[in-house]
Unconditional design. Structure first.
Length: 278
């Protein structure tokens, strides 16, 4: 089921006009959110992420877009979808609601449920990583947003399929690491957990923020350091993992000839699962 500007539609009846400028131009923004037992997890963080993205892309924020309004829209769809006791990933899409104006005066939002969530370690011994070097990610505020403009990710995933990798590192124009094709990247190195800073092109996701908070507060003896990282730092790491709200944390087993362990990563996964699943 899909909520389009407050109206609930069956999946087959929901659509975005092919003339919509956000669809054509790539300034459609989205936020993936977990709803669990009629509660929107980390809602305040997601809400301010959405509004910040709208301001950066100069999408006019309607007066009706209050925290209470959007939360109610999520929960109403959750209730009607029949997932009362499940952890469900829901996606909010926000785009301009006018097909041809340069400065649209209204927006359109879409909310739909995409999948059930169950965080766990999956396929650790098979998850392989490489570097995608055909194209580089720009840095700056736009690189931190979740938009439908994801050319590098799409091309990179085709590269993975052709070469039998699960994922690839994305580099920025300075040849430092931005993230992976599927999420934010973290390296466990001795008593530190390293991750690229937002200024290097990392996507500013809520799950990234929550993992940083969790490690700093709940993983004894470890602190997160945000710093520029190179491919050579991967080789020096003891453990490596990818984060995405869709799957939580995915430990990386192998990068080229380097094989990783997952002791600390497993501990972080257990803490995150408890935080999200309750």
């Amino acid at each position: 089921m899909v909520n389009i500007n407050g109206q609930i539609y069956a999946n087959d009846d929901a659509f975005i006009s092919i003339f919509n400028t956000s669809l054509i131009s790539g300034d459609l923004i989205f936020e993936n959110i977990i709803v669990s037992r009629n509660k929107v997890l980390f809602y305040e963080d997601h809400y301010f992420n959405l509004l910040s993205s709208m301001r950066i892309l100069k999408i006019k924020i309607p007066m009706s877009f209050t925290p209470e309004f959007l939360e109610n829209q999520l929960l109403s769809l959750y209730a009607k979808s029949g997932f009362v006791d499940d952890n469900i990933l829901m996606r909010i899409l926000i785009c301009n609601n006018v097909a041809s104006k340069v400065n649209p005066t209204s927006v359109k939002y879409y909310i739909y449920d995409s999948q059930k969530i169950n965080y766990s370690i999956s396929n650790f011994e098979k998850y392989t990583l490489d570097v995608f070097k055909d194209y580089f990610k720009n840095t700056g505020l736009l690189s931190n947003l979740s938009t439908n403009n994801q050319l590098i990710q799409r091309i990179g995933l085709r590269y993975c399929q052709e070469n039998d990798f699960n994922d690839c590192v994305i580099l920025n124009n300075s040849k430092t690491i931005s993230e992976s094709l599927k999420g934010n990247i973290f390296m466990v190195m001795n008593d530190k957990v390293l991750t690229p800073p937002l200024k290097d092109g990392s996507n500013n996701t809520v799950i990234r923020t929550k993992i940083i908070e969790l490690i700093n507060n709940d993983i004894q003896g470890f602190d997160v350091i945000e710093q520029s990282l190179s491919v050579f730092d991967i080789q020096k790491s003891n453990e490596l993992f990818i984060s995405n709200i869709n799957f939580g944390i995915q430990p990386v087993y192998k990068f080229r000839k380097k094989v990783f362990t997952d002791e600390i990563t497993s501990l972080i996964i257990n803490k995150l699962t408890l935080l999200v699943m309750g």
